[in-house]
Design a binder for this molecule. Structure first.
Ligand code: AMP
Length: 274
């Protein structure tokens, strides 16, 4: 496994690996990230993982400075996974002119004006911008993203279409703990009591997805989350392709975000067609 600490090292590696598969991450890797790596390897192409905690996608009151940075542990997980290379750029390498007055990729409001876009203004601009930079530097044939961050996945797919970027976007289903909690680097913020409560978010989404869409159920679930100690941020049913309100026979998904103490959890589940 090659460690590529800068853009020159990446460019050298890239010459011998013309069509790699990119798995972009912010590190603190868990099995969910490794499932993206395995999916990338199914293409038969070398997999390159990037690790970069992107300041541009964090709001001023968010956890950028406390986000877990566990590089040695991450590398120890990636080595046995058969990853070909790990790109670990510095902030200076990705934002050479700083973050002020930066040219950014602004995804369409239709995808960012709801769900996480409401509570995290600028977040998806930060995500789209860093992913555009990574795609431009690595020039992969494909890049892998998790459905855990479903809105992010749609934003990236749309950016790739809008900018005619020559890359295939591969989506991987959410990997979960045995009790249903979606794996996430932020789960490490939960204390023991909160960790026990946390799977309720997935549980209620599954209940909503199994029922017919119904406002009373949604209000009931919201109250149950509050009574259990969550501070729900949103609980919404949307068209899984457009993030618009359900219409016709579109495939639908329930989306939720809620805080447990200082930890913000997000999850989503598909509504299976009846
Ligand atoms: P992050 O390091 O949190 O930015 O995530 C990097 C990539 O891993 C993103 O595409 C995420 O959607 C994906 N990911 C994170 N958690 C999971 C999970 N539990 N299952 C599948 N993919 C995940």
């Amino acid at each position: 496994m090659e460690l590529l600490p800068d853009i020159d090292a990446l460019a050298r590696w890239r010459r011998d690996n013309p069509a790699p598969v990119l798995v972009p991450t912010m590190g603190n890797l868990h099995e969910g990230h490794l499932s993206l790596v395995r999916r990338g390897q199914e293409t038969g192409q070398p997999v390159i993982v990037s690790i970069f905690v992107n300041p541009l996608q964090f709001g001023p009151a968010e956890d950028f400075s406390s986000y877990p940075r566990t590089l040695e542990q991450d590398l120890a997980r990636l080595r046995p996974a058969g990853v070909a290379a790990v790109f670990i750029p510095s902030e200076q390498a990705l934002y050479p002119c700083g973050r002020e007055a930066l040219t950014t990729v602004v995804p369409p409001a239709a995808l960012t004006s709801r769900l996480c876009g409401l509570g995290r203004p600028g977040h998806f601009t930060g995500v789209a911008t860093v992913v555009a930079k990574l795609l431009s530097l690595v020039q992969p044939g494909a890049a892998v993203f998790g459905e855990k961050d479903f809105q992010q996945l749609l934003v990236i797919r749309r950016m790739v279409q809008d900018l005619n970027l020559p890359v295939e976007i591969i989506a991987v289903p959410t990997l979960r703990e045995p009790d249903g909690l979606a794996m996430s680097s932020r789960n490490g913020y939960l204390d023991a009591g909160q960790r026990k409560l946390a799977p309720l978010l997935y549980q209620v989404l599954c209940e909503l997805a199994a029922a017919s869409p119904n406002e009373a159920d949604r209000h009931g679930v919201w109250s149950r989350l509050e009574a259990a100690g969550f501070q729900p941020e949103y609980l919404e049913l949307f068209d899984a392709a457009t993030l618009q309100p359900p219409q016709g026979k579109a495939s639908l998904r329930w989306f939720a975000a809620a805080r447990l103490g200082r930890t913000r959890l997000i999850d989503n589940v598909p509504v299976n067609p009846r």
